[in-house]
Design a protein. Structure first.
Length: 278
């Protein structure tokens, strides 16, 4: 999916919502556990219910890998279902990979060729040669971890050098700007970072930002938009638990749809305020 296609989908849907498929088998509704593939049954129901209100899905790979072969099969079926029935939705593998060049090349092949997702989250700690193998696929996206929403993010990401006083997350964004442009590179910036979005935008004014942390982690959608939104929107705001696990009964999908719709309506207001949609 190209950048322009993503922007058009945002305008059509009047939404920049990404639904995180963090489908923990231990949290699935009890009535699904007798199915042959409970994770896929759950994902399929969530996707069908929320697709009108979002532009992207983000399966967190760890929740499938931990289940062994069955979990990976569930992930493959989920991606295949999205590609077949909802081809206009961006599919992000939240894998947080990043290794030496030849290993990264195998990860890139796994996610882009074999699994067939549109984007992969990457940990940039090992530098350029750990990221560039993912950039060799036209139409695919690299999403670099930059400034995350977890408590430990300040352990390293906010550390400043003595000479330049530039913080590590700023160095990551600035340096990676030479590896790829906004047509192929996004950044993860946590919703709880508030006004720091302005610092991100000074270095990366046009890149899309994948923003987790709205909802269960306490991030403010209004604040994210105030400091991070661009004229093309430039945001994909992710919500996982607040949507998919809002209800554990047989009505879980309908509740997920309602939660997604509520976020979509808030997003429409933000897009209207910026005159991105009418």
């Amino acid at each position: 999916m190209t950048r322009q296609q993503l922007i058009e989908n945002i305008r059509i849907k009047e939404s920049f919502l990404c639904v995180g498929l963090d489908s923990d088998r231990k949290k699935l509704p009890h009535h699904l556990l007798g199915d042959d593939d409970p994770q896929f049954s759950f994902n399929k129901a969530i996707i069908d219910a929320t697709a009108p209100y979002c532009v992207a899905y983000k399966p967190n790979v760890a929740f499938y890998e931990c289940e062994g072969i069955q979990g990976w099969t569930s992930l493959e079926k989920t991606v295949e279902y999205l590609r077949r029935y909802y081809p206009d939705h961006l599919i992000i593998a939240d894998a947080k990979r990043g290794d030496i060049g030849n290993t990264s090349a195998m990860y890139a092949r796994c996610f882009f060729e074999e699994l067939g997702v549109d984007a992969v989250t990457i940990a940039p700690y090992m530098g350029e040669d750990s990221v560039t193998p993912f950039l060799g696929y036209p139409g695919k996206w690299v999403i670099l971890l930059a400034l995350t929403s977890n408590k430990g993010s300040h352990d390293f990401q906010m550390t400043a050098t003595k000479d330049s006083h530039e913080r590590l997350f700023e160095t990551v964004i600035r340096k990676s700007q030479s590896w790829a442009d906004e047509q192929q590179m996004m950044y993860v910036v946590g919703a709880t970072q508030g006004q720091l979005f302005e610092d991100v935008r000074r270095i990366a004014p046009n890149n899309f930002l994948l923003v987790p942390g709205v909802g269960a982690q306490g991030g403010s959608l209004e604040e994210v938009c105030r400091y991070g939104m661009t004229d093309d929107c430039g945001l994909l705001v992710n919500s996982s638990r607040g949507i998919i696990f809002a209800d554990s009964t047989e009505h879980f999908a309908a509740t997920a749809a309602e939660k997604a719709k509520q976020l979509q309506q808030q997003m429409r207001q933000q897009l209207q305020q910026r005159h991105i949609v009418s």
